[in-house]
Design a protein around this ligand. Sequence first.
Ligand code: 2P0
Length: 359
Amino acid sequence: MTETNIVTSIATPNIAFIKYWGKRDYTGLNTPNNSSISMTLDETVKTTTSVFFSSKIKKDTIFINGVEDSILAKEVSEKSRYMNAILNKMRSLSKINYHALIVSENNFPSGAGIASSASGAAALVIALNEALSLKMNTKELSIMARQISGSACRSLYGGIVKWHKGSRDDGTDSYAEQIFKKEHWKELIDIIAIVDSGTKKISSSIGHEATVKTSTLYKERPAFAERNIEEIEKAIKNKDIDLLSRIIMKDSNNMHATMLDTWPPIMYLNDSSKEIIYNIHELNDSQKNEKYIAGYTFDAGPNAHIITTEEHRDEVLDSLKGVKGIKKILESHQGAGPRILSKDESLLNESTLTPKKMK
Ligand code: 2P0
């Protein structure tokens, strides 16, 4: 055999309800200080990745959105280095030693303000597993994806997902698993208000470390997050949007408070994010029965994710009207998790060894 099949996969990002911020290990294991819970998004936002190993390929090459990213170049980002490390690790577990050609595309424009590292890393490990015939199970793949980008370990599953922080030094017990199928609470939606499509000033990788090192408030954060996990599991089990909204807002605010308490401070929220926060509180406070109907949560960026149910969608959209700076609104239900596509959906041109749609 001189080459593998071309394998193409799809994975979607996830939005954390209880956030991961702060690691135990900064050497590429990405083991977190607390467990986290997330909702996997549907294919409204997705990464598609094709991989191919062949004797015709002269060096490992990756194209992201049509642009070549030299993963072996000297000046590479930490994520590219970790991606390269996982490619090497998974290849070494197989009988194949050809170079790889990887073509990866996001259906959302890069800079749309949606993290692509989780869906990108999840799609990559799924495709590598299949192309290299490794037969790893989802837990093992979750551990692989985690080492490219921590939050990626949650994108290996659909529905509601828990990342167990684990305690072992080698990270073998730090992996994600599905805790609720998407059908359990199918009315749950994420309304994403894009208020900034630029790249963030401080990468998450740098932020995690800076907060743990310098924030006094952070000392309380892991225990607070663990308590929130217990509560949110109850909220989801009982499909209780009032409790869910309260917990996710508090957890997001708590994480952003530790970021502001970092020295020098990290501020991901902008004025539009803050206006959305006020509007959602106003919306909740105006409910006659004092039950909350929606909660905001923000990742390492200013774009708002508003979690609500289909029933309250229109009220949430109304409350966003007039907020200055909203560029776009996306809506996502829970997704089903990653999948392998058929051969003819490949992104890769086998004869030219380039992406089919070169930009
Ligand atoms: C999360 N975030 O739980 C949290 C909330 C951002 C805020 O996971 O260094 O890109 O690759 O492990 O996964 C973003 O951090 O960090 C993140 P690395 P990652 O979704």
